[in-house]
Design a protein around this ligand. Structure first.
Ligand SMILES: [Zn+2]
Length: 149
């Protein structure tokens, strides 16, 4: 009535892009997963930062990830009160190690939850989770056909 948002309309899953992270979110909308590499020491890293997390050099450049990786660790979430996560349970919160090295906090989708295992091979997929503001996130799904539903 006066613009106040109700608890039911609140979103706790949307990012707040800034000058450092905007290129990452733009790439997601284009179906590309980006990470950064340090031009001084060569470290590949994620999440986006304006400097290298190892040597603090600000000589960092974007690279497009292959989209392949493996599940480093994961947890099946059965209870979450925050919208919109409460509508998604059960879901899989995971850390995926990209083929290029960086580890990414993400969700595993299109899978048989009971069949998931650490070290399992996965590939990136993209989900549009909001129109306004526009937001597309990178998620992962198992490559092994036996675990794909
Ligand atoms: Zn470095």
């Amino acid at each position: 009535m006066d613009g106040h948002r109700t608890i039911g309309a609140m979103r706790f899953d949307l990012p707040s892009p800034d000058a450092t992270t905007q290129p990452f979110w733009d790439a997601c909308r284009d179906g590309k997963l980006m990470f950064q590499r340090c031009g001084t020491c060569g470290l590949a890293f994620y999440y986006p930062r304006p400097f290298c997390k190892r040597c603090w050099s600000d000589d960092v450049a974007w690279e497009v990830a292959s989209g392949r990786g493996r599940i480093y660790t994961f947890s099946v979430i059965h209870h979450n009160d925050l919208p919109p996560f409460n509508e998604r349970v059960p879901y899989v919160a995971a850390m995926v190690e990209l083929a290029e090295g960086p580890r990414v906090m993400t969700n595993i989708v299109d899978c048989d939850i009971d069949a998931l295992r650490c070290d399992q091979s996965v590939e990136v997929a993209f989900r549009e989770i909001s129109d306004d503001p526009p937001c597309t996130i990178a998620v992962f799904r198992p490559i092994d056909p036996a675990t794909v539903r």
